[in-house]
Design a protein around this ligand. Structure first.
Ligand code: ZN
Ligand code: ZN
Length: 295
């Protein structure tokens, strides 16, 4: 059995390159078994000129009108018909910001298998972005940024509408030493509460490989320390995400993630269908990947 990939960006996201059928073809050729598409949904009006878009048939359209979702789901279904052995799941990566719950309503009426939530921004500034991160530090003190980040993560979890949380310590991608050292120390005090909430809500903790193959970090988001804490607190539901933005990145580094997850005390990964846990795949039954790209 192969470990499913639950964080995949097809070219509906402006920053992604592969079409849904390209991903599916790569998955088929490499013997993968299950992938969940998670197109970005960023509804923050302050950032809409930059991120409020989706690409449909090569055309950029505003994402707040949900009519594009039909097309997105249809493309996943059509790709699934070409390769019936492959399990394809329908999902989104929803950017969380104060006010998102008032705007996301109509998007929740679609038959999603898995809704990932991410806190990418504080005060409408992208935490991991070099320039925006620096701007954030110049206008808010470290403690306030950390408190705000933690508050938003908790609100996202407590909302009860999401099924997994993406790249929990994403900010460690920030090159600024303040994020590398201070934020990690400050957020540590908040993590236990966050992880216990996650467990209570039966949401998945994502282990995200992009940290390693794209940002050259030694560990995924989150790394061994946070994963071990999660496991010791009784969090069991995890998913793996490549956060791929082109098909060649599918399931990249998943063998490394599996070793790390086992080291942290996790016994397997979970899959979702219709927003509910579908199955548990123990690591004892997963096979190493032999992908057509170096991992
Ligand atoms: Zn993200
Ligand atoms: Zn992503």
């Amino acid at each position: 059995m192969k470990i499913p990939d639950y964080h995949v960006h097809p070219d509906f996201s402006l920053d992604a390159r592969g079409k849904i059928r390209d991903y599916v073809q790569f998955a088929q050729e490499n013997g993968l078994e299950e992938i969940c598409f998670t197109t970005h949904l960023d509804l923050d009006p302050v950032r809409s000129s930059k991120e409020g878009w989706v690409r449909v048939n090569g055309t950029k359209i505003p994402n707040r009108d949900p009519s594009w979702v039909e097309k997105y789901l249809e493309e996943i279904e059509n790709a699934g018909k070409l390769f019936p052995d492959l399990k394809l799941k329908k999902g989104l990566e929803v950017d969380f910001f104060p006010g998102v719950l008032d705007r996301i309503g109509t998007f929740l009426n679609f038959p999603w298998d898995y809704l990932l939530v991410s806190v990418h921004c504080i005060n409408h500034l992208a935490v991991a972005h070099d320039r925006e991160g620096a701007q954030l530090i110049s206008i808010m003190d470290p403690e306030t940024i950390t408190r705000q980040f933690s508050k938003e993560v908790k609100e996202a979890i407590k909302s009860g509408i999401f099924h997994g949380i993406a790249h929990l310590d994403y900010f460690k991608r920030q090159a600024n030493p303040w994020f590398q050292e201070k934020f990690l120390a400050l957020i540590k005090e908040e993590l236990e509460e966050i992880l216990l909430l996650l467990k209570e809500q039966k949401m998945a903790l994502e282990i995200n490989a992009r940290a390693m193959y794209r940002y050259n970090l030694k560990e995924p988001f989150p790394g061994l320390e946070v994963l071990s804490l999660a496991s010791s607190l009784g969090v069991e539901i995890i998913t793996f995400g490549s956060d791929s933005h082109n098909p060649l990145e599918l399931e990249k580094k998943f063998d490394t993630l599996a070793q790390l997850a086992m080291k942290a005390g996790f016994k397997g990964v979970y899959t979702f269908s219709g927003g509910k846990i579908e199955r548990w795949i123990p690591f004892t039954q997963t096979e190493p990947l032999h992908l057509a790209h170096p991992s």
